[in-house]
Design a binder for this molecule. Structure first.
Ligand code: GLP
Length: 247
């Protein structure tokens, strides 16, 4: 694992965007795994600016989002479909047919999950996966206790995640209780992974993820087994680490 610490959220967002821009320049048809949540918002903003000001070309990339709530239509302002279009896709020259997001409204979820795995395989696998981390150590919606070898499937959300994510809804009762999520095995099959985290509320879980034992109780800890992971942290998120860190 390469751990990089920067002073601020702005700095980690800019550096993450630079890393991704370079990947796209090296491979214009990059297969990019994308995350939602508040953490990657700064990164998406920086990439949009690079598109507008420097002509960064997204026209050939294929994207796969990590997860989606079950039961929210694409038009719901908290669906990840809506989030991704609002905060990223509508502002860049991505080809709409190369965007992939799990369908939280499908009638047969199991089939939809297998098809999602097939699509990833047909695209040649994910070259570069962006990840955030939940305060309970989840990656995508792989909650504590998830199989470390899992593939895309339906997962119930933990009470902690429902509470954390209720800040985006009018009330906690509106938060969906289930999701479709890439599995931990799916994520681990990516060629390269970039995990970003900021803020003091992530410090404890970042310590467990990087310095703790590998355990299904902290799903992000499996990243210790991946051969090419970069963890990009602001000062606060890195504050509980005992490792010496590059900055
Ligand atoms: C959400 C998403 C995750 C994300 C995490 C952290 O529930 N499913 O992919 O990494 O929670 O969110 P935030 O970045 O808002 O802290």
């Amino acid at each position: 694992m390469l751990i990089i610490q920067k002073n601020s959220y702005e700095e980690i967002s800019t550096l993450a965007a630079k890393i991704i821009a370079q990947k796209i320049k090296n491979k214009p048809n990059l297969v990019l795994g994308l995350a939602t949540g508040s953490t990657p918002l700064g990164l998406y903003k920086a990439l949009i600016n690079m598109h507008k000001n420097e002509g960064l070309d997204f026209s050939k990339i294929t994207t796969f989002n990590l997860d989606e709530y079950i039961g929210l239509p694409q038009t719901h302002n908290q669906s990840y479909y809506y989030f991704m279009h609002e905060n990223f896709f509508n502002h860049i020259n991505i080809s709409k047919r190369l965007i992939n997001i799990p369908d939280g409204m499908s009638e047969k979820h199991d089939i939809a999950c297998n098809q999602y795995e097939d699509k990833i395989r047909h695209a040649g696998g994910i070259d570069f996966q962006i990840l955030g981390i939940g305060s309970n150590g989840h990656i995508a919606f792989n909650e504590p206790g998830s199989s470390l070898n899992s593939r895309t499937r339906v997962k119930p959300l933990s009470k902690k995640t429902i509470k954390d994510n209720s800040r985006f809804f009018n009330s906690i009762d509106e938060v969906p209780t289930k999701s479709i999520t890439m599995g931990i095995g799916t994520i681990m099959s990516s060629q390269e992974i970039l995990l970003i985290a900021n803020g003091l509320n992530k410090a404890e879980i970042i310590k467990s993820c990087i310095e703790g034992p590998i355990s299904a109780m902290c799903p992000a800890s499996i990243l210790q087994m991946h051969r090419k992971v970069t963890v990009l942290l602001d000062k606060d998120a890195a504050s509980k680490l005992t490792l010496e860190i590059e900055s």
